[in-house]
Ligand binder design. Sequence first.
Ligand code: NAD
Ligand code: WQD
Length: 372
Amino acid sequence: MYLYLGSQSKSFLNCCYKDVISLSLRKLSNTMDVLITGGAGYIGSHTIIEILTHTDWNPISVDNFNNSTPKTYDRIKEITGKSIKHYDIDLKNIDRLRVVFEENNIQGIIHFAAHKSVPESVDKPLEYYTNNINSLINVLQLQKDFKVPYFIFSSSCSVYGSTTALPVTENTPIGKTECPYAYTKVVGEQIIIDVAHIEKDLNYIALRYFNPVGAHISGKIGELPNGVPNNLIPFITQTASGIRKELTVFGSDYDTVDGTCVRDYIHVSDIANAHVKALEYLQKETQATNFDVFNLGTGIGVSVLQTIQAFEKSAGKPLNYKLGERRPGDIAKIYANTEKSATILGWKAEKSIDEMMDSAWKWQQNLDNQSL
Ligand code: NAD
Ligand code: WQD
């Protein structure tokens, strides 16, 4: 009988025969426990739905709800009909986190959990470095201890800083980052590179998201911005629903199609699907190196005014906005070259800007109708 053990081969000798059979059958039947850190959050929850609807994997979430709510798990169940195992644990507490690895047979990790606000990171750098770096180190330590073969890290296009080389490829040099948040992603990637260099049997991918927006097509889960949103889409939807009086467009004198900044907005469900593709790719164990990095964008640059127009079409009403001053730290335009993820991961974003706006608006209207 052929037992495929992949990166588990080292622990093979230490396992009793029964454990080996059970481990191998899990791999052969393609079911595996996948740890999702930050699974109650915006991108994590959409990824859990993608996993539950398109794979046999068993997602297990760890989240301390510092930027989310446990109700997200109920909504995931409402959408998929499936309950998931979850733990309310702060990733900074390695002893509590270790129990999750002891209680489950985790074969893959998708590490979403982090603080993510750019301005807040400027105000609270120590909090950002402590949370984002310590959490990552703890997860990597346990991955190593338990020999979990596959690890995926949420990185960001913010690692490119204010590059002018467009579209941005994965080989575009890491730029000078604008804020502590972005620097946690630069350092996070470097920590993973250093660990991967030593842990040759373990496999790592960093996914650099561009601007994830929108919500699940059901409108039942989406982004839960904390206080006044910094990001464009939640500010637009909150303005349209009357929570905010007016949107200010930050700068209209950039060297772009209409003077406003250009970004690569990508539907959150496309981002979620890329994680499934990335983990499937790692499972094949055909990659040339055990660390790789991929851009997740559509490759299409859209200006702030074009985004507003798309939203107005979705909502069927005009948005109250004015043109204002530039926001310090903004770059004029950035969008992804997506060739590498298409060629290697076999992934491509599919949803249009209209679908992003439709779903974001549907989610906002749902939020307005209930206390989430
Ligand atoms: P989110 O805030 O909605 O989700 C993050 C989740 O992690 C939250 O539920 C939060 O409670 C949890 N968390 C944070 N610190 C934790 C800790 N110490 N222990 C346990 N749980 C903890 O954010 P998101 O938009 O889903 O982002 C997910 C990841 O993607 C983050 O790493 C973020 O930096 C990255 N990213 C996000 C964007 C974006 O625009 N949303 C863009 C690029 C990269
Ligand atoms: C988009 C455009 C604003 C609000 C941020 C992070 C980045 C990554 C993605 C995590 C810009 C304009 C915005 C408003 C506006 N996140 N805008 N009025 O800045 O591209 O990227 O999210 O990794 O790290 O920096 O996104 O949504 O804030 O802004 O005109 O009220 O909308 O100037 O041009 P950004 P954003």
